[in-house]
Design a protein around this ligand. Structure first.
Ligand SMILES: NC(=O)c1ccc[n+]([C@@H]2O[C@H](COP(=O)([O-])OP(=O)(O)OC[C@H]3O[C@@H](n4cnc5c(N)ncnc54)[C@H](OP(=O)(O)O)[C@@H]3O)[C@@H](O)[C@H]2O)c1
Length: 385
């Protein structure tokens, strides 16, 4: 299929999906970059030298592509093990420094950058060491943190003024808790080294092309397959996620405009219920689909079906996880593609040559087709009693 035709079909489908989602039809977030550019490259009107710690897996390639498109000079720092799955042309224009955040930062010494994007922060000491080393060698240090810093999410309407959790509770240790505390302590290291030149971005679930966790692949792929879909959760449960391109393009926008501070970064722009989300997913496919809602949390818990991102059962420690305020980020220029665009682009990537058959064969989805039918059968048998 030629590109024009594919784009036409995509736009048509997107318009349907966008309508179902209650959004105006589609809209790449930063229109100016797609139509070829208006405005200055940066506040200073010059190309920036940007260092990305990481850069080759999920968020990284999107940062690289967009920064190059904007005319910036990009250096990445990795161990050289992961390879970018998209945007090879952009990577040809990138300087690649090899090292290890755990033990060898020597490639970063004696160099300087306008801004650093720390996109591989998985250890407090890694962040402390790189932030200290780059304190006088970079203008801005932008750390990609996570809304996980608020875990456990016990309140609703979490804003940036809600204090991050700095210690794991001795009774409630979990991987979510360790991850959140690690991110919160890492943020402190960035603030210590960079002061008001620090920028901390706290994304929620990041979805879109290149997400090998396939959290954002589940729903588009499930609806593409068609048939009877088990939809977990109450229809008015809220859901939040952010397209990786909305996030990474906005991060470049923050750097260009020298915007610092702490920002939650998830979406969409206004509250989205699971019911509207699911209607939107239905609108991206022409497959025959019917759905069976299971709103009974007890039953879902019994069958170990407590999340299907962006939905996560809003109880206990996850009570407020999908009610994160994004007002500050929107004020600082964060804009959103429609959820239909994200879903269609995710599907296009998932079924493209960028994924091997093996990778597609056994993705880490929340529930397999066989398990889904099994749960549906038990649910119906119970309902008919
Ligand atoms: N995915 C989400 O939904 C989500 C949500 C909130 C926040 N976040 C945060 O978003 C950030 C970006 O996520 P991501 O998935 O794009 O990146 P990531 O998986 O955290 O980082 C991968 C990159 O870091 C490099 N890397 C890994 N270990 C390294 C080491 N020891 N030394 C040097 N480089 C190393 C990898 O290349 P090599 O393997 O070649 O070294 C790769 O380029 C992360 O900090 C994550 O915590 C993610």
């Amino acid at each position: 299929m030629d590109t024009d035709r594919r784009n036409f079909l995509k736009k048509t489908a997107v318009a349907g999906g966008a309508l179902a989602l209650g959004f105006s039809a589609c809209s790449p977030a930063r229109e100016e970059t797609i139509t070829g550019g208006e405005g200055s490259l940066s506040q200073a009107g010059r190309s920036l030298k940007i260092l990305i710690l990481g850069g080759t897996t999920f968020t990284g390639p999107h940062h690289v592509r967009y920064a190059i498109e904007r005319g910036h000079e990009v250096t990445i720092f990795t161990r050289g093990r992961s390879q970018p799955g998209l945007f090879q042309d952009s990577f040809e224009q990138v300087e690649h420094l090899i090292g290890d955040r755990g033990e060898d930062l020597s490639a970063l010494r004696g160099r300087s950058w306008d801004a650093v994007i720390d996109a591989s922060g998985r250890d407090v000491e890694w962040t402390r060491n790189s932030a200290e080393l780059l304190r006088d060698a970079a203008g801005t240090y932008l750390y990609i943190s996570s809304t996980g810093v608020y875990y456990p999410y016990l309140t609703t309407e979490i804003t940036e003024d809600t204090g991050p959790v700095l210690e794991e509770s001795s009774t409630g240790r979990s991987s979510s808790s360790s991850y959140g505390v690690m991110k919160a302590l890492s943020e402190i290291e960035v603030h210590k080294a960079f002061g008001d030149r620090a920028c901390v971005v706290r994304p929620g679930y990041i979805v879109g092309p290149l997400d090998m966790t396939h959290r954002g692949t589940y729903w588009p792929e499930r609806f593409r397959r068609g048939g009877e879909v088990l939809v977990p959760g109450k229809k008015d449960d809220l859901v939040q996620q952010i397209d990786v391109r909305d996030l990474t393009e906005w991060i470049v926008h923050l750097l260009e405009n020298q915007i610092h501070g702490v920002f939650n970064a998830t979406g969409p722009a206004s509250p989205l219920t699971m019911e509207v989300f699911i209607d939107g997913m239905k609108a991206i496919t022409s497959a025959e689909v019917s759905y069976t809602w299971i709103e009974d949390y007890e039953f879902l818990t019994e069958h170990n079906f407590t999340f299907a991102i962006p939905w996560i059962m809003p109880v206990g420690n996850n009570f407020g996880s999908q009610r994160i305020s994004v007002a500050r980020a929107k004020d600082a220029g964060l804009t959103y593609r429609s959820i239909a665009v994200t879903a269609l682009d995710t599907l296009e990537w998932y079924h493209s040559g960028a994924m091997t058959d093996e990778q597609r064969g056994d993705p880490p989805m929340p529930v397999s087709p066989a398990r889904e039918s099994e749960i549906l059968s038990v649910w119906k048998a119970r309902a008919s009693l």
